[in-house]
Design a protein around this ligand. Structure first.
Ligand code: SF4
Length: 370
Protein backbone atom coordinates (compact mmCIF):
# COMPACT_ATOMS: atom_id res chain seq x y z
CA UNK A 1 0.00 0.00 0.00
CA UNK A 2 1.12 3.54 -0.70
CA UNK A 3 0.27 6.20 1.87
CA UNK A 4 0.64 9.79 0.72
CA UNK A 5 1.64 12.20 3.41
CA UNK A 6 -0.29 15.12 1.99
CA UNK A 7 -2.42 16.73 4.63
CA UNK A 8 -5.67 16.36 2.72
CA UNK A 9 -8.99 17.27 4.22
CA UNK A 10 -11.90 15.37 2.69
CA UNK A 11 -15.42 14.57 3.72
CA UNK A 12 -15.93 10.85 4.38
CA UNK A 13 -18.03 10.33 1.22
CA UNK A 14 -15.18 11.50 -0.96
CA UNK A 15 -12.74 9.37 0.95
CA UNK A 16 -14.96 6.33 0.58
CA UNK A 17 -15.44 6.94 -3.16
CA UNK A 18 -11.69 7.14 -3.54
CA UNK A 19 -11.20 3.93 -1.56
CA UNK A 20 -13.81 2.10 -3.62
CA UNK A 21 -12.02 3.23 -6.79
CA UNK A 22 -8.90 1.59 -5.25
CA UNK A 23 -6.96 4.84 -5.23
CA UNK A 24 -4.25 5.23 -2.57
CA UNK A 25 -5.55 7.01 0.52
CA UNK A 26 -3.53 9.58 2.39
CA UNK A 27 -2.49 8.97 5.98
CA UNK A 28 -5.04 11.57 7.12
CA UNK A 29 -7.82 9.91 5.18
CA UNK A 30 -7.03 6.52 6.68
CA UNK A 31 -6.94 8.03 10.16
CA UNK A 32 -10.33 9.58 9.47
CA UNK A 33 -11.73 6.15 8.62
CA UNK A 34 -10.08 4.43 11.58
CA UNK A 35 -11.70 6.88 13.97
CA UNK A 36 -15.10 7.23 12.23
CA UNK A 37 -18.12 7.09 14.55
CA UNK A 38 -21.90 7.21 14.21
CA UNK A 39 -23.17 7.88 10.69
CA UNK A 40 -19.60 8.05 9.34
CA UNK A 41 -18.92 4.55 10.70
CA UNK A 42 -22.16 3.27 9.17
CA UNK A 43 -21.05 4.65 5.78
CA UNK A 44 -17.61 3.11 6.28
CA UNK A 45 -19.09 -0.35 6.90
CA UNK A 46 -21.40 -0.02 3.90
CA UNK A 47 -18.43 0.84 1.69
CA UNK A 48 -16.48 -2.10 3.11
CA UNK A 49 -19.32 -4.47 2.19
CA UNK A 50 -19.36 -3.03 -1.33
CA UNK A 51 -15.62 -3.63 -1.64
CA UNK A 52 -16.04 -7.18 -0.35
CA UNK A 53 -18.77 -7.99 -2.84
CA UNK A 54 -16.57 -6.86 -5.74
CA UNK A 55 -14.08 -9.66 -5.05
CA UNK A 56 -16.11 -12.23 -3.13
CA UNK A 57 -19.79 -11.61 -4.04
CA UNK A 58 -21.84 -12.80 -1.07
CA UNK A 59 -19.60 -15.77 -0.24
CA UNK A 60 -17.96 -16.40 3.09
CA UNK A 61 -15.21 -18.87 3.99
CA UNK A 62 -15.39 -21.06 7.09
CA UNK A 63 -12.27 -22.04 9.05
CA UNK A 64 -12.11 -24.90 11.52
CA UNK A 65 -9.76 -24.28 14.43
CA UNK A 66 -7.69 -26.96 16.11
CA UNK A 67 -5.60 -25.57 18.95
CA UNK A 68 -3.78 -28.83 19.41
CA UNK A 69 -1.22 -27.83 22.03
CA UNK A 70 -1.55 -25.12 24.68
CA UNK A 71 2.02 -25.59 25.91
CA UNK A 72 4.30 -22.66 25.16
CA UNK A 73 7.90 -21.61 25.81
CA UNK A 74 7.05 -17.91 25.49
CA UNK A 75 5.74 -15.44 28.00
CA UNK A 76 3.58 -12.99 26.06
CA UNK A 77 2.11 -10.50 28.52
CA UNK A 78 -1.41 -10.71 27.03
CA UNK A 79 -1.78 -14.47 26.72
CA UNK A 80 -3.54 -17.01 28.91
CA UNK A 81 -1.11 -19.70 27.75
CA UNK A 82 2.10 -17.83 28.62
CA UNK A 83 4.60 -20.12 30.28
CA UNK A 84 4.46 -18.25 33.61
CA UNK A 85 0.77 -19.03 34.00
CA UNK A 86 1.36 -22.25 35.90
CA UNK A 87 -2.14 -22.31 37.35
CA UNK A 88 -3.68 -23.11 33.99
CA UNK A 89 -4.15 -26.74 32.93
CA UNK A 90 -2.65 -27.46 29.53
CA UNK A 91 -3.07 -30.15 26.94
CA UNK A 92 -1.29 -31.56 23.91
CA UNK A 93 -3.49 -33.62 21.61
CA UNK A 94 -2.15 -36.80 20.03
CA UNK A 95 -1.85 -37.16 16.28
CA UNK A 96 -4.93 -39.40 16.25
CA UNK A 97 -6.97 -36.84 18.22
CA UNK A 98 -5.91 -34.05 15.87
CA UNK A 99 -6.84 -36.07 12.79
CA UNK A 100 -10.21 -37.01 14.34
CA UNK A 101 -11.00 -33.34 15.06
CA UNK A 102 -9.91 -32.40 11.54
CA UNK A 103 -12.18 -35.02 9.99
CA UNK A 104 -15.12 -33.87 12.13
CA UNK A 105 -14.60 -30.27 11.05
CA UNK A 106 -14.20 -31.28 7.39
CA UNK A 107 -17.46 -33.24 7.56
CA UNK A 108 -19.21 -30.21 9.08
CA UNK A 109 -18.41 -28.16 5.98
CA UNK A 110 -15.39 -25.95 6.73
CA UNK A 111 -13.15 -24.84 3.86
CA UNK A 112 -9.85 -24.61 5.68
CA UNK A 113 -8.36 -26.15 8.82
CA UNK A 114 -6.28 -23.94 11.09
CA UNK A 115 -3.78 -26.06 13.06
CA UNK A 116 -2.45 -23.91 15.89
CA UNK A 117 -0.18 -24.50 18.85
CA UNK A 118 1.68 -22.44 21.41
CA UNK A 119 5.43 -22.56 20.83
CA UNK A 120 5.41 -26.03 22.34
CA UNK A 121 8.96 -27.17 23.27
CA UNK A 122 7.84 -30.77 22.64
CA UNK A 123 7.71 -29.98 18.91
CA UNK A 124 10.14 -27.07 18.61
CA UNK A 125 12.97 -27.83 21.04
CA UNK A 126 13.72 -31.51 20.39
CA UNK A 127 15.51 -31.05 17.06
CA UNK A 128 14.37 -33.07 14.09
CA UNK A 129 12.43 -35.55 16.25
CA UNK A 130 9.80 -33.00 17.30
CA UNK A 131 9.68 -31.22 13.96
CA UNK A 132 9.33 -34.48 12.04
CA UNK A 133 6.45 -35.50 14.30
CA UNK A 134 4.73 -32.19 13.67
CA UNK A 135 5.26 -32.52 9.92
CA UNK A 136 3.86 -36.06 9.94
CA UNK A 137 0.71 -34.85 11.73
CA UNK A 138 0.19 -32.10 9.17
CA UNK A 139 0.70 -34.61 6.34
CA UNK A 140 -1.80 -36.98 7.91
CA UNK A 141 -4.43 -34.24 8.31
CA UNK A 142 -3.91 -33.24 4.68
CA UNK A 143 -4.16 -36.83 3.51
CA UNK A 144 -7.32 -37.52 5.51
CA UNK A 145 -9.20 -34.30 4.67
CA UNK A 146 -7.68 -32.94 1.44
CA UNK A 147 -8.61 -29.45 2.66
CA UNK A 148 -6.48 -26.30 2.53
CA UNK A 149 -4.48 -26.07 5.78
CA UNK A 150 -3.26 -23.16 7.83
CA UNK A 151 -0.52 -23.75 10.37
CA UNK A 152 0.40 -21.57 13.28
CA UNK A 153 3.37 -23.14 15.06
CA UNK A 154 4.94 -19.83 16.15
CA UNK A 155 8.54 -19.05 15.28
CA UNK A 156 9.81 -22.34 13.89
CA UNK A 157 13.06 -22.98 11.97
CA UNK A 158 12.89 -22.13 8.27
CA UNK A 159 13.54 -25.72 7.18
CA UNK A 160 10.62 -26.85 9.37
CA UNK A 161 8.33 -24.35 7.71
CA UNK A 162 9.41 -25.63 4.32
CA UNK A 163 8.77 -29.23 5.38
CA UNK A 164 5.33 -28.27 6.72
CA UNK A 165 4.53 -26.56 3.42
CA UNK A 166 5.62 -29.64 1.49
CA UNK A 167 3.48 -31.78 3.79
CA UNK A 168 0.40 -29.79 2.78
CA UNK A 169 0.30 -26.53 4.74
CA UNK A 170 -0.96 -23.77 2.44
CA UNK A 171 -0.95 -20.95 4.99
CA UNK A 172 1.46 -19.69 7.63
CA UNK A 173 -0.29 -17.64 10.32
CA UNK A 174 2.01 -15.64 12.57
CA UNK A 175 0.80 -12.43 14.16
CA UNK A 176 3.08 -9.55 14.94
CA UNK A 177 0.14 -8.10 16.96
CA UNK A 178 1.61 -4.62 16.49
CA UNK A 179 4.20 -3.01 14.24
CA UNK A 180 5.16 -0.52 16.90
CA UNK A 181 8.44 -2.00 18.17
CA UNK A 182 8.10 -0.48 21.64
CA UNK A 183 4.66 -1.99 22.04
CA UNK A 184 5.84 -5.31 20.59
CA UNK A 185 8.54 -5.48 23.25
CA UNK A 186 5.91 -4.89 25.96
CA UNK A 187 3.57 -7.55 24.56
CA UNK A 188 5.82 -10.30 23.26
CA UNK A 189 8.31 -10.26 26.12
CA UNK A 190 11.82 -11.29 25.19
CA UNK A 191 10.96 -12.06 21.56
CA UNK A 192 12.68 -10.85 18.46
CA UNK A 193 10.56 -8.57 16.25
CA UNK A 194 12.72 -9.00 13.17
CA UNK A 195 13.00 -12.77 13.40
CA UNK A 196 9.21 -13.07 13.53
CA UNK A 197 8.80 -10.69 10.62
CA UNK A 198 11.47 -12.32 8.47
CA UNK A 199 9.89 -15.74 8.91
CA UNK A 200 6.70 -14.46 7.30
CA UNK A 201 8.72 -13.08 4.42
CA UNK A 202 10.44 -16.45 4.13
CA UNK A 203 7.09 -18.28 4.15
CA UNK A 204 5.93 -16.06 1.33
CA UNK A 205 9.13 -16.68 -0.60
CA UNK A 206 8.50 -20.44 -0.63
CA UNK A 207 4.94 -20.00 -1.87
CA UNK A 208 2.99 -20.10 1.38
CA UNK A 209 0.09 -17.74 1.89
CA UNK A 210 0.64 -15.53 4.94
CA UNK A 211 -1.77 -14.31 7.56
CA UNK A 212 -0.82 -11.25 9.60
CA UNK A 213 -2.70 -10.16 12.72
CA UNK A 214 -3.16 -7.29 15.15
CA UNK A 215 -4.39 -6.96 18.70
CA UNK A 216 -6.57 -3.94 19.36
CA UNK A 217 -6.83 -2.35 22.80
CA UNK A 218 -3.34 -3.12 24.11
CA UNK A 219 -2.13 0.47 24.39
CA UNK A 220 -2.20 0.95 20.62
CA UNK A 221 -3.46 4.10 18.94
CA UNK A 222 -4.86 4.93 15.50
CA UNK A 223 -1.35 5.89 14.34
CA UNK A 224 -0.19 2.36 15.20
CA UNK A 225 -2.97 0.89 13.06
CA UNK A 226 -1.83 3.14 10.24
CA UNK A 227 1.71 1.83 10.60
CA UNK A 228 0.37 -1.74 10.60
CA UNK A 229 -1.55 -1.17 7.37
CA UNK A 230 1.68 -0.05 5.76
CA UNK A 231 3.46 -3.16 7.05
CA UNK A 232 0.67 -5.47 5.89
CA UNK A 233 0.97 -3.97 2.42
CA UNK A 234 4.73 -4.51 2.39
CA UNK A 235 4.27 -8.10 3.48
CA UNK A 236 1.56 -8.61 0.83
CA UNK A 237 -0.24 -10.75 3.40
CA UNK A 238 -3.22 -12.63 1.99
CA UNK A 239 -5.26 -12.77 5.21
CA UNK A 240 -5.48 -9.94 7.72
CA UNK A 241 -6.82 -10.27 11.22
CA UNK A 242 -7.73 -7.74 13.89
CA UNK A 243 -8.98 -8.85 17.29
CA UNK A 244 -9.95 -6.85 20.33
CA UNK A 245 -7.80 -7.78 23.30
CA UNK A 246 -9.58 -9.85 25.93
CA UNK A 247 -7.76 -9.57 29.28
CA UNK A 248 -6.85 -12.94 30.78
CA UNK A 249 -6.74 -13.82 34.47
CA UNK A 250 -3.31 -14.46 36.05
CA UNK A 251 -1.44 -12.46 33.43
CA UNK A 252 0.25 -9.05 33.68
CA UNK A 253 -2.55 -7.60 31.54
CA UNK A 254 -5.46 -8.96 33.56
CA UNK A 255 -8.35 -6.53 33.96
CA UNK A 256 -11.86 -5.72 32.84
CA UNK A 257 -12.78 -6.49 29.22
CA UNK A 258 -12.98 -3.74 26.63
CA UNK A 259 -16.25 -1.81 26.71
CA UNK A 260 -16.85 -2.50 23.02
CA UNK A 261 -15.17 -3.64 19.82
CA UNK A 262 -15.68 -0.48 17.76
CA UNK A 263 -12.02 0.05 16.99
CA UNK A 264 -11.70 -3.53 15.77
CA UNK A 265 -14.75 -3.09 13.51
CA UNK A 266 -13.34 0.12 12.02
CA UNK A 267 -10.04 -1.62 11.42
CA UNK A 268 -11.74 -4.56 9.70
CA UNK A 269 -13.54 -2.12 7.42
CA UNK A 270 -10.41 -0.13 6.66
CA UNK A 271 -8.41 -3.29 5.90
CA UNK A 272 -11.21 -4.31 3.53
CA UNK A 273 -11.06 -0.96 1.73
CA UNK A 274 -7.28 -0.79 1.51
CA UNK A 275 -6.80 -4.48 0.62
CA UNK A 276 -10.19 -5.46 -0.86
CA UNK A 277 -8.97 -8.78 -2.30
CA UNK A 278 -7.83 -10.23 1.05
CA UNK A 279 -9.47 -12.66 3.42
CA UNK A 280 -10.41 -10.96 6.68
CA UNK A 281 -11.67 -13.03 9.59
CA UNK A 282 -14.69 -12.51 11.77
CA UNK A 283 -13.39 -14.54 14.68
CA UNK A 284 -15.79 -16.37 16.96
CA UNK A 285 -13.03 -16.09 19.52
CA UNK A 286 -13.92 -12.42 20.10
CA UNK A 287 -17.61 -12.39 21.03
CA UNK A 288 -18.81 -15.78 19.80
CA UNK A 289 -21.71 -16.07 17.36
CA UNK A 290 -23.25 -13.00 19.05
CA UNK A 291 -20.46 -10.85 17.61
CA UNK A 292 -20.49 -12.37 14.16
CA UNK A 293 -22.96 -10.04 12.46
CA UNK A 294 -21.09 -6.89 13.44
CA UNK A 295 -17.84 -8.22 11.99
CA UNK A 296 -19.42 -9.44 8.77
CA UNK A 297 -21.21 -6.09 8.48
CA UNK A 298 -17.83 -4.38 8.75
CA UNK A 299 -16.52 -6.30 5.73
CA UNK A 300 -15.05 -9.53 7.12
CA UNK A 301 -15.35 -12.51 4.80
CA UNK A 302 -14.31 -15.58 6.72
CA UNK A 303 -15.62 -17.04 9.94
CA UNK A 304 -12.78 -18.43 12.03
CA UNK A 305 -12.43 -20.34 15.28
CA UNK A 306 -15.09 -22.95 14.51
CA UNK A 307 -14.36 -25.67 17.07
CA UNK A 308 -15.94 -29.11 17.35
CA UNK A 309 -17.99 -29.46 20.57
CA UNK A 310 -16.97 -32.02 23.19
CA UNK A 311 -13.50 -32.34 21.62
CA UNK A 312 -11.57 -30.92 24.59
CA UNK A 313 -10.16 -28.28 22.24
CA UNK A 314 -9.96 -24.63 23.29
CA UNK A 315 -10.01 -21.20 21.72
CA UNK A 316 -7.40 -18.52 22.27
CA UNK A 317 -8.90 -15.42 23.86
CA UNK A 318 -12.22 -17.00 24.86
CA UNK A 319 -10.70 -20.31 25.78
CA UNK A 320 -13.83 -22.37 26.40
CA UNK A 321 -16.86 -20.10 25.83
CA UNK A 322 -19.63 -21.53 23.60
CA UNK A 323 -17.61 -24.57 22.49
CA UNK A 324 -19.22 -27.48 24.29
CA UNK A 325 -22.60 -25.78 23.92
CA UNK A 326 -22.07 -26.32 20.16
CA UNK A 327 -22.33 -22.59 19.40
CA UNK A 328 -19.03 -22.37 17.57
CA UNK A 329 -19.99 -24.77 14.79
CA UNK A 330 -20.99 -24.47 11.14
CA UNK A 331 -24.66 -25.19 11.89
CA UNK A 332 -24.82 -22.14 14.19
CA UNK A 333 -23.21 -19.87 11.62
CA UNK A 334 -25.13 -20.73 8.43
CA UNK A 335 -28.49 -19.20 9.54
CA UNK A 336 -26.69 -15.97 10.46
CA UNK A 337 -25.11 -15.81 7.01
CA UNK A 338 -28.49 -16.44 5.38
CA UNK A 339 -30.10 -13.70 7.47
CA UNK A 340 -27.49 -11.28 6.15
CA UNK A 341 -27.89 -12.30 2.51
CA UNK A 342 -24.58 -14.15 2.61
CA UNK A 343 -23.75 -17.80 2.06
CA UNK A 344 -20.88 -20.18 2.67
CA UNK A 345 -18.51 -20.50 -0.29
CA UNK A 346 -17.93 -23.91 -1.78
CA UNK A 347 -14.53 -25.50 -1.22
CA UNK A 348 -13.88 -25.00 -4.95
CA UNK A 349 -14.62 -21.28 -4.69
CA UNK A 350 -12.35 -21.01 -1.66
CA UNK A 351 -9.56 -22.78 -3.57
CA UNK A 352 -10.03 -20.32 -6.46
CA UNK A 353 -9.56 -17.44 -4.00
CA UNK A 354 -6.33 -19.01 -2.80
CA UNK A 355 -5.08 -19.28 -6.39
CA UNK A 356 -5.84 -15.58 -6.89
CA UNK A 357 -4.12 -14.66 -3.62
CA UNK A 358 -1.03 -16.69 -4.50
CA UNK A 359 -0.85 -14.78 -7.77
CA UNK A 360 -1.02 -11.46 -5.89
CA UNK A 361 1.68 -12.51 -3.43
CA UNK A 362 3.92 -13.66 -6.29
CA UNK A 363 3.34 -10.40 -8.19
CA UNK A 364 4.27 -8.40 -5.07
CA UNK A 365 7.47 -10.44 -4.80
CA UNK A 366 8.31 -9.76 -8.45
CA UNK A 367 7.74 -6.04 -7.95
CA UNK A 368 10.13 -6.07 -4.99
CA UNK A 369 12.77 -7.92 -7.04
CA UNK A 370 12.47 -5.51 -10.02
S1 SF4 B 1 0.62 -15.70 22.27
FE1 SF4 B 1 1.38 -17.64 21.45
S2 SF4 B 1 3.62 -17.46 21.69
FE2 SF4 B 1 2.71 -15.96 23.08
S3 SF4 B 1 2.52 -17.02 25.07
FE3 SF4 B 1 0.55 -17.24 23.95
S4 SF4 B 1 0.71 -19.21 22.93
FE4 SF4 B 1 2.78 -18.56 23.48
Amino acid sequence: MRIDNKNMEAIPDKVLDKALAEQALSANEILQLLTAEGAAATALFQAARTARSKYFANKIALYGFIYFSTHCRNDCAFCLYRRSNRGYGRYRKSGAEIVAAAKALAASGVHCLDLTMGEDPYFLDRGSEGLDELTAIVGEVKGQTDLPLMISPGVAPEQALKALHEAGADWYACYQETHNRRLFAALRLGQNYDRRWRLKQYARSIGMLVEEGLLVGVGDEAADALQSLQAMGELAAAQLRAMTFAPQANTPMAGPPAADCRRELNLIAVMRLVFPWTLIPASLDCQGVDGLKARLSAGANCVTSLIPPQSGLQGVSRATADIDEGRRDVASVLPILAEMGLRAATVGEYRDWLTHLRGRQAAAKCKEAA
